[in-house]
Design a protein around this ligand. Sequence first.
Ligand code: ATR
Length: 274
Amino acid sequence: MADQYAVFGNPVAHSKSPRIHTLFARQTGENIEYTSYLSTEDDFAEDILLYFIAGAKGCNVTVPFKEAAWQVADSHSDYAARAKAANTLKVQTGGLIYAANTDGIGLVRDLQQNHAINLQDKRILLLGAGGAVRGVIQPLLEAKPEQLFIANRTTSKAITLAKEFADLGAVSGGGFADIGGTFDLIINGTSASLQSALPPLPAGCLVAGGVVYDMMYGSQAQGFLDWGKTQGAAQCLDGLGMLVEQAAEAFYLWREVRPDTAPVLAQLREELAS
Ligand code: ATR
């Protein structure tokens, strides 16, 4: 029987994770089955335990359960421990649950490897202070930017979050009104686009020829990427590559086999367009 994996979320029907992991399995010859499960805040911890008791080997966790996934685990990777959020769980010998957070690795790999963007000594503006942003701060700081400024609608959340990571690099936080100077890269990690809204950014905060990146993909990323175009961005990138790269890192954690992400990303891009 194939080893069982899944993604837990709410909503989850739209998730591309089953498609991505099925393509990885086909490419690498790994004998896995990957499906999706809808859960609820009340049932999540029990759903996970029952799923693992039934013999599953691991799972991904998406919105809104990343903090709950961190809580349910017995041990954590460095990134998950610091983020207090996990997107990947793995069952270890003895049934203990290990939690990892591969979101930030996915983002940084997409930027650096897929798009050849150098982050070192760059000024990065990170928008949002929710679960999506929590997971990417440490890997971004490890790329040694000159500054990482976290801006959020609720100012206090950005300030608190920045303080949690302040020992790892040059990170500070504030409200949108506190955004000062220009940035080489602006990353949108808010869920504003779900309400067809844009974070209120001051005109001119992107350097000429800078990069804008939305952690969402397809039509949900479009509004922010269009704003980037009006600001003279040289590259306007959605988060499909981050999604595929975080999945590849989870697959590697489970199977110790690293899939080739390029053909899978190309295939997903084609499917998204049609
Ligand atoms: P996720 O896990 O997707 O990050 P979340 O934890 O609910 O979801 O966080 C959503 C983020 O988007 C928050 O930073 C939120 O700002 P607040 O902390 O002020 O709530 C941000 N956000 C949501 N709607 C927004 C909007 N219309 N404009 C700006 N920011 C918005």
